[in-house]
Ligand binder design. Structure first.
Ligand code: URA
Length: 258
């Protein structure tokens, strides 16, 4: 027997955390009966599991895609407000994938999509502290003092941030372009950090996740990760694996972004 959310992640439906949300929202049925509680277990191969009416099966092929997200797309599977989702940028016929973490509607850049629930978990769980790097155009030019506040961690309404790396890499019409690396993924974190030191974000692009670099991948374009990229990513995750991040923790992952 296997926990329903774990089975759904193994089927490439979503990360465990997202799968839990889908269950609570009544999208998942076992043997034709909608399940809304999180304790339910299924017998793979015997129980019939459907998501939004469509049967799901464990994934056999793992797939890892890098997408350069354009502005004006959400990273969720569907949007009650009818906005476009990044999944519409992928061709039909690919195995089903889900975005690893989120980017805001107007944030652009590197988004990883996969059906590998364990990898998605490690990349988004704060315990692993995988660095994500952003290029942010901010209003005005931060002083050394403001940069040091970002480097040391700023206090946001949900608590202080971990130390970040930040450098000014350009100035355009009186506004600075920052290269900013963070090891957490709280909701709208970069925007809130920059606003907290008096320099609201005007444009935001993610350019790296751990060893993965966006490079010159065009806006709206996607490609498969190379074998070398995947190996580097998995090595990093192995090195970063916290002693306490065991099987149990994965079923109770806290809310996180990317
Ligand atoms: N931080 C933000 O503020 N927004 C994003 O989309 C990603 C990180």
């Amino acid at each position: 027997m296997e926990r329903l959310q774990k089975y759904l992640a193994r089927c490439g439906v979503a990360s465990r955390r997202k799968a839990e949300e889908m269950i609570v929202h009544g999208l998942v049925a076992v043997n034709g009966v909608v399940v809304r509680e999180l304790g339910v277990k299924v017998e793979p191969g015997r129980d019939r599991v459907t998501v939004a009416g469509r049967p799901v099966r464990p994934v056999t092929e793992r797939i890892y895609l890098m997408l350069n997200k354009p502005p004006g797309y959400i990273t969720g599977n569907r949007d009650p407000r009818g906005r476009k989702t990044v999944l519409t940028l992928l061709p039909e016929g690919l195995p089903r994938v889900f975005p690893v973490g989120r980017l805001d509607y107007n944030t652009t850049g590197l988004l990883l999509l996969t059906n590998d629930g364990a990898l998605a978990y490690a990349l988004t769980h704060p315990k692993y502290q995988i660095e994500k790097v952003y290029r942010a155009l901010v209003r005005g030019v931060p002083t050394d003092h403001a940069l040091n506040l970002l480097r040391n961690g700023v206090v946001l309404e949900d608590g202080p941030t971990l130390p970040a790396t930040v450098d000014i890499i350009g100035v355009k019409a009186g506004n600075a372009i920052l290269k900013l690396g963070i090891k957490e993924g709280r909701n709208r974190q970069v925007r809130r950090m920059c606003a907290a030191v008096g320099h609201p974000v005007l444009k935001l692009e993610r350019i790296a996740i751990g060893p993965l670099q966006l490079g010159d991948l065009g806006r709206g374009q996607y490609r498969r990760l190379t074998a070398a990229e995947l190996k580097a990513l998995k090595n990093l995750i192995d090195q970063a694996r916290p002693a306490s991040a065991g099987e149990k923790g994965e079923d109770h992952a806290p809310d996180r972004k990317s």
